[in-house]
Design a protein around this ligand. Structure first.
Ligand code: ADP
Ligand code: MG
Length: 246
């Protein structure tokens, strides 16, 4: 398991169609504890995907530092569920996942993950046959298959229907509880964030900064739809600025 210290002093992009730079992130600083499930909540375009790419080391053109300290691994492993599933169209579901496995003797683990995500029946399908919900589940299994110390998830349930999203959310929590690791989950759905997180981090429009960090006081067994809704109302009453970030 891994402790993460995030400190992005500046991240800019070249401004589109004009001279100069677009400042995406400035002085963004927070930590994630070992085994903690943190939801990042912020408006569209505020820089959430940019931040996950920086943490995943896919983007190193920024000023600042990301420190991953692991008690077990020298190089903590990161699983990343991208905003779009990004499956290779010429490989089957199973082959897409096998690509990320370090050893080929991990068949039992893969079979178990496929079964948990109810993908066993379709493991030999090519991605073109999958619904978006199925593709997203495959992308989640692929991220879990690396046995990550840190799991990054970028709005993984957008554009899947509500009952499927609820079912996959429950499966995700089961997987997380079976194999504890830190999670950074991006969403702009406050109910979803409250249902999943130990802690919520609210982010502002560019340049992105932390607006508030709030621990969810509900026990996991207590998170019924009514309790989630009550806590959501209480949050919006106590922190009126949050409304603007959704
Ligand atoms: P979010 O994931 O919160 O919706 P993004 O991280 O995708 O936000 O984008 C943050 C800001 O940076 C947006 O204003 C977006 O237009 C800009 N941006 C993202 N990627 C690029 C890029 N490759 N080039 C220029 N600007 C970008
Ligand atoms: Mg995004």
């Amino acid at each position: 398991m891994t402790n993460i210290n995030i400190n992005v002093i500046r991240k800019s992009y070249p401004a589109i169609g004009e001279a100069g730079q677009h400042l995406a992130i400035e002085n963004l600083k927070f930590d994630v504890q070992q085994g903690e499930f943190v939801c990042l909540v912020g408006p569209s375009g505020c820089g959430k995907t940019t931040l996950l790419n920086i943490i995943a080391d896919l983007d190193n053109s920024y000023e600042g530092e990301i420190i991953l300290q692991s008690t077990q691994a020298l190089y903590p492993k990161i699983g990343y569920v991208f905003q779009n599933p990004r499956l290779l169209p010429w490989r089957t579901v199973r082959e897409n996942i096998e690509l990320v496995l370090e050893q080929h003797n991990q068949t039992a683990m893969l079979d178990e993950l496929l079964a948990m995500m109810q993908l066993t029946q379709i493991q030999n399908y090519y991605p073109e046959r999958l619904s978006l919900g199925m593709s997203r589940r495959v992308a989640i299994v692929r991220a879990f298959a690396v046995n990550p110390d840190l799991l990054l998830m970028d709005e993984p349930f957008v554009s899947i229907d509500a009952p499927t999203a609820r079912q996959v959310r429950t499966l995700l929590l089961e997987l997380w509880q079976n194999r504890p690791h830190s999670v950074l989950f991006v969403t702009h759905d406050l109910r979803e964030a409250i249902a999943l997180a130990d802690r919520l981090i609210f982010l502002s429009s560019p340049p992105m900064q932390v607006v508030s960090e709030i621990t969810v006081p509900l026990a996991r067994t207590e998170r019924t739809e009514r309790q989630i809704e009550e806590f959501r109302q209480q949050l919006l009453d106590d922190y009126p600025t949050i409304q603007k970030l959704l």
